[in-house]
Design a protein around this ligand. Structure first.
Ligand code: PAF
Length: 288
């Protein structure tokens, strides 16, 4: 237990289990929000959802090395634990779990969790290591916290579906609850990585959500999917430094849509780069 944080904080699995077991013995239910820290209003909205669905709430802060490839921003990723602790305390979260690297991955750690299905394509085409890293750490966090529900943001829509698949396939006994994308006043999806954007790139970044909402509107008014995506690609390539993907997929599986036009709930998803900063975002598109 740490004296230095304005919220009850544990750093080891043993201390975490002591707190959570005590709660469970008292009949409490546990809501969990896993994070990598650098918390913003989007994370706090997930804590609010957890609080509305369980009697006790745990948030974790752990920058998971297994979901970064060599050359990605693991070293530079913002680490703001005292500030995160203050925000969680203000949000009424009951416990902060902040393990260090060896606590999570002791010497000799040799396991990896792979989820198929929704992990295929999109992010995996550009970050092939990513979902194995996420699935491995999320499986461990669920085993450590043993929550009744866990909240994941729709901002990382593919991650949300991968974690749902993981929890269902491995009978993890945790309900995965989605939280809507939180946006800045100009529409940019909140992300811990937005701090990397230069002032000029921050101005350009707003074009990503504008493009996605324009795609959703076009699809909802019956435009052919292929035409929408063709235009979107041209717009994205002129607006951003690199376009990894702009795609329309089934909302519940991320499979390609069968028809020429929108005939079921879908998601328009994109990943682009502004300078060295990679942004992802997605919006819903529903047949009218
Ligand atoms: O979305 C995130 O912040 C991370 O991928 C998660 C789920 C905390 C796993 O490290």
């Amino acid at each position: 237990m740490s004296e230095t944080f304005p919220i009850r904080t544990v750093h080891t699995v043993t201390d975490l289990r002591a707190v959570v077991s005590g709660w469970k013995a008292d009949g409490e239910t546990v809501g969990f929000v896993p994070t990598m820290g650098a918390l913003h209003a989007g994370h706090i909205s997930l804590v609010d959802i957890a609080k509305s669905r369980a009697t006790k709430t745990v948030a974790s802060v752990f920058v998971n090395p297994k979901q970064f490839a060599p050359g990605e921003d693991f070293g530079a990723y913002p680490r703001t634990l005292p500030d995160d602790a203050r925000k969680l305390a203000e949000a009424g979260c009951n416990l902060l779990y902040a393990p260090n690297g060896p606590e999570m991955y002791p010497d000799g750690f040799a396991s990896s969790v792979h989820v198929g299905g929704p992990s295929e394509g999109l992010e995996t085409d550009f970050r092939p290591h990513f979902f194995d890293g996420v699935a491995t750490v999320v499986t461990k966090l669920f085993a450590q916290v043993r929550p009744d529900i866990a909240v994941f943001g729709e901002k990382d829509y593919q991650q949300l579906l991968v974690v749902k698949r993981l929890a269902a396939d491995l009978d993890l006994g945790v309900e995965i609850v989605p939280g809507p994308v939180m946006r800045e006043a100009d529409g940019l999806a909140m992300s811990s990585r937005n701090v990397y954007l230069s002032a000029a790139d921050r101005q350009r970044a707003v074009r990503l959500n504008a493009l996605l909402f324009a795609c959703a509107e076009a699809l909802e008014t019956g435009e052919r999917i292929a035409d929408t995506l063709k235009t979107a690609r041209i717009v994205a390539e002129s607006a951003f430094d690199l376009v990894d993907y702009v795609e329309v997929r089934c909302a519940d599986t991320l499979a390609a849509l069968p028809g020429p036009v929108l005939d079921r709930p879908a998601r328009v998803l994109a990943a682009v780069k502004l300078g060295t900063t990679r942004l992802i975002d997605n919006v819903a598109a529903n047949p009218v």
